[in-house]
Design a binder for this molecule. Structure first.
Ligand code: ZN
Ligand code: ZN
Length: 361
């Protein structure tokens, strides 16, 4: 945490600000170590204050290292108390997170902080979060392994007649029982023609013979998410879907192998995109190849046509190409991958197999 604050202060100096108001929930967690407190963190040149209301004061005092900073209990609205604190610690140019603050709050801050210059910032903390520590990667690995174990436990239920929503709820229940804090997002269970929807939330549809069934799932441990997708082909397997599955599996495998320091997200995306295009399905690959994962399920760096960030050791990204054919179905295969000095470490370990029979041991 100390290094994180030092890094933020260096960035503040670069931007000519002597205070940074951190309101993004994950950013507050990242800098203070206090999760889910609906608080604000104020980083000064030598100070850190975590502001919470009475509901969170006990947890905040317990979780914030007193060597790092101080917890303040304020009544809402917080901006009414902010001016006095800024005056006390001598902040004259206050940065705020422009992409986290609503227009309404920005207006109230401006009204409440007469003598203080407000400076829009973007990505000050998010940029630090791109490269994960070993502890952060361990949390993601744990979240991934809970998702792996949970999907395995669910396998006997993935049969014609089971409804998508029942499978999704059951999976979440299994994950929670196995130690996940929560589901990382509303699980996607998309079967048959619905599998052609890249983000088809689980519906009441019941699985049928011959369906492709896509599960896009993730768990959260210590605030950190995992993200994994598997598509299974039920008997009797449709010949087109079998072919599509093999193409996606190859694109995914090769793109995972391309994950290493020094390449951009765009380079990884191109590996998957070229394989799918060469097979004639370019226009059916409807999204980017992947995204960063951490405290948020979608964060930097992008693994997409616009992914200009150069990958560095400690970054964690997904690789998730897909092909979607309207009226027939779709296939997506996704792993969460840590960038290591010598290449990819795949954190989601569930086997990549089209047929459920191949997974039953
Ligand atoms: Zn996913
Ligand atoms: Zn994803």
């Amino acid at each position: 945490m100390r290094e994180r604050l030092d890094a933020v202060r260096a960035r503040m100096a670069d931007r000519g600000i002597d205070g940074l108001l951190v309101t993004g929930e994950e950013n507050v967690h990242y800098l203070t170590g206090v999760p889910d407190c609906e608080g604000w963190a104020l980083v000064g040149e030598r100070t850190l204050h975590l502001v919470v209301d009475g509901r969170y004061i006990e947890a905040a005092r317990r979780d914030l290292d007193p060597a790092l900073g101080q917890v303040l209990e304020w009544s809402r609205p917080f901006e009414e108390h902010l001016g006095a604190l800024l005056a006390r610690i001598g902040v004259t140019r206050l940065g705020f997170e422009a992409d986290k603050v609503s227009v309404a709050l920005a207006g109230r801050l401006a009204a409440a902080l007469g003598g203080v210059a407000l400076v829009q910032t973007n990505g000050v903390v998010e940029d630090l979060r791109l490269v994960k520590s070993e502890d952060e990667i361990a949390a993601i690995r744990r979240a991934a392994s809970i998702a792996d174990e949970s999907l395995r436990e669910l396998l006997p239920r993935i049969r014609p007649g089971a409804s998508e929503v029942d499978l999704a709820m059951e999976l979440e229940w299994i994950m929670r029982r196995r130690g996940a804090e929560r589901a990382a997002f509303a699980f996607i269970v998309a079967s048959g023609p619905r599998a052609a929807l890249p983000h088809g939330r689980a519906s009441g549809r019941r699985l049928e013979r011959g369906d492709a069934v896509t599960f896009d799932i993730g768990a959260v441990v210590g605030g950190y998410a995992s993200d994994m997708t598997r598509t299974f082909l039920l008997d009797p397997v449709d010949a087109t879907m079998a072919q599509v599955w093999e193409i996606v599996a190859r694109a995914q495998r090769e793109a995972v192998a391309a994950v290493r320091p020094g390449v951009t997200g765009r380079d990884v995306d191109r590996v998957a995109r070229d394989i799918i295009a060469a097979a004639g399905y370019g226009p059916r690959f409807l999204h980017g190849t992947g995204h960063g994962v951490g405290l948020e399920i979608h964060e930097g760096p992008q693994v997409a046509v616009k992914g200009e960030t150069v990958l560095r050791p400690g970054m964690v990204v997904t690789v998730e190409p897909g092909i979607y054919i309207e009226g027939l179905g779709g296939v997506r295969i996704e792993d969460t991958v840590a960038v290591r000095p010598d290449g990819p470490e795949v954190l989601t370990r569930f086997p990549i197999q089209a047929r459920l029979e191949a997974l039953e041991s």
